[in-house]
Design a protein around this ligand. Structure first.
Ligand code: NDP
Length: 329
């Protein structure tokens, strides 16, 4: 691609309005010291909000959508990177404060990039994307809090989603007994193939109930928030922990302190956007080792650039399953 070429991008231009397909040139590239030819991106819940205009993701306009990208460095003023390097970028405010990955060329800051993990192709790295990285960050937090196999079942809420599916696959591979909470009975066979050994109807967790209930789970990954997270906390066993990363069911938390002060339960917050580089590197390394590639293929759907607007509607409506990787070219 030459510097005079135009290239397509999904751009939010007006607050509350859907992103439009625009053609950009190098003159439109933002500040940064590394230019990347983007090969793949991915679809996350946040991309759904940004592309449809249904959530206030972009903090300045116009803004290129897409919170993830993977590709090849085409120009670099950073000592860390040279043309030809294969890189991955998730988070760091892409599509919020800095133009993102739903385009074929982007300029970013070198310190945001990680080298594509040896064990993964560019396409696989975006099949994982922010959602998969977040699932692994949850596992790392739970391990840091003392989680080991054999302590009892580990619950994953929002299990058919991107974060949930990767969490199920990784935890099962690591030898945990994984229970998948899902609102989609038709997903049970899929989740069983990823390694879930049993299932809970998500409706069972959507009412908070008593603040201390029967101890059902040793630990949990929660992608739903709100009353679901409250129920999960009230059902965690003594000194268990919950990694909370999502708000698919709401951003409130109408809980009591009883699980914390009477059962020593830990609530562990997980953020992937500003997560420090060393933790990201560890998470990518672990994804290369602990997410079986056949399971990654099973939980991934590949789609093209033109499908982005429809996919954005689909993920918000709960019609996508697992991860969607976007082939940009
Ligand atoms: P998905 O849309 O792929 O998955 C969300 C899943 O949650 C759905 O598949 C569904 O699972 C379940 N769900 C949806 N709506 C509800 C509801 N109203 N009540 C209960 N369950 C519901 O999204 P992602 O996996 O990409 O993201 C999951 C959450 O994590 C989102 O809130 C996202 O914003 C957040 N997130 C946070 C990150 C961070 O850095 N902290 C990074 C990435 C994501 P099922 O059909 O099986 O019930």
């Amino acid at each position: 691609m030459s510097a005079d070429d135009t290239y397509p991008a999904y751009v939010v231009e007006e607050k509350g309005k859907p992103a439009r397909l625009r053609r950009l040139t190098d003159a439109d590239l933002p500040e940064g010291d590394v230019t990347v030819d983007v090969a793949y991106s991915s679809l996350n819940f946040k991309d759904g909000l940004a592309v449809t205009g249904k959530g206030p993701i972009a903090r300045r306009l116009p803004m290129v959508c897409g919170i993830d990208l993977a590709g090849t460095v085409s120009a670099s003023g950073s000592p860390q990177w040279k043309p030809g390097d294969e890189v991955v970028l998730t988070g760091w405010g892409l599509s919020e404060t800095h133009p993102g990955g739903f385009t074929t060329r982007q300029r970013v800051r070198g310190e945001w990039l990680v080298a594509r993990p040896d064990a993964l192709t560019a396409e696989q790295s975006m099949a994982i994307g922010t959602a998969g990285l977040t699932a692994m960050l949850c596992v790392l937090e739970l391990e840091g809090s003392g989680m080991t196999p054999g302590q009892g079942p580990v619950l994953v809420t929002g299990a058919s989603g991107g974060v949930g599916s990767v969490a199920v696959a990784v935890l099962a591979k690591l030898g945990y007994e994984v229970v998948a909470a899902t609102g989609r009975p038709e997903s049970r066979a899929y989740l069983g193939d990823l390694g879930a050994s049993s299932f809970v109807d998500r409706a069972e967790l959507s009412e908070p109930g008593r603040p201390l209930q029967k101890e059902r789970w040793a630990h949990a990954v929660d992608t739903v928030g709100s009353t679901t997270l409250v129920s999960v906390l009230s059902q965690i066993g003594y000194r268990g922990s919950v990694a909370a990363c999502g708000l698919a069911g709401g951003n409130d938390l109408p809980a009591t302190v009883l699980p914390f002060i009477l059962r020593g339960v830990s609530l562990l917050g997980v953020d992937s956007v500003q997560c420090p580089t060393d933790v990201r590197a560890e998470a990518w390394k672990r994804l290369g080792a602990d997410l079986p590639q056949d399971l990654l293929a099973q939980l991934t759907t590949a789609r093209g650039f033109a499908d982005i607007p429809r996919l954005a509607e689909d993920i918000l409506a709960g019609r996508t399953r697992g991860r969607v990787v976007i082939d940009i070219n």
